[in-house]
Design a protein. Structure first.
Length: 213
């Protein structure tokens, strides 16, 4: 983004980025229309291209915007002195609420995984995944040192598997295909059974992480 975008009021910034998230999430990167983004943000197309030099740059900034919000939530959880399982349960509950409240943003992440633009994918992965990869592996390493997690697991590999659980739940609460898949596997009323989802997921995670020695 340009310095001009950095100087505009926060309310206007968020309005532009929310309009972009909505357009990219519902139409994909290639089919997203910058004219519609500008119209929904109540600015001119000329202004939009003064703030961002390209559609790709705007897309990347929408991803960064979403990541910053997620990072703030995760940082708050990670800074507590609670054990790994309490932190993971809090993350799961956050996923349930965040995915419902920010469904367009989660669909945007899903769109990223289907892009054919390899450079765009690499940029997006770096923005989104580098944050959580380090955070989750550090969480597991700390748990191992405190004898809360088994010592024979590789923290980076287990972080990857843990994040896949988180990611699949995010998509299941916000993307049509994954929502139907969730219903098919579990039950038609699964979206009214949040505590059940947490309970069963935590049993699965505890079985994987719990120190057996």
């Amino acid at each position: 983004m340009t310095e001009l975008f950095e100087r505009i009021p926060e309310e206007k910034k968020e309005r532009i980025l929310q309009a972009a998230i909505n357009e990219f999430a519902n139409n994909g990167y290639e089919n997203a229309n910058t004219n519609l983004i500008a119209k929904k943000a109540n600015i001119s197309v000329g202004s939009l291209y003064k703030y961002f030099t390209s559609k790709e740059e705007l897309f990347q900034e929408t991803v960064n915007f979403g990541v910053s919000g997620l990072k703030a939530i995760l940082d708050e959880i990670m800074l507590t002195e609670e054990d790994i399982f309490i932190k993971i349960e809090k993350m799961l509950r956050t996923i349930q609420k965040h995915s419902r409240d920010n469904s367009n943003l989660i669909r945007l992440y899903n769109v990223m995984s289907a892009q054919s633009n390899s450079r765009l994918i690499l940029q997006a992965v770096e923005s989104v995944e580098s944050l959580t990869a380090q955070m989750y592996s550090s969480l597991i390493e700390k748990a191992q040192k405190e004898n809360e997690a088994r010592l024979d697991c590789d923290p980076k590999m287990f972080a990857f598997l843990l994040d896949n659980i988180f990611m699949m739940l995010q998509f299941s609460y916000s993307c049509d295909y994954y929502s139907e898949r969730f219903r098919l596997y579990v039950s038609d009323d699964i979206f009214n059974r949040d505590d059940f989802v947490i309970e069963q997921t935590m049993k699965f995670i505890r079985a994987a992480f719990l120190n057996k020695d």
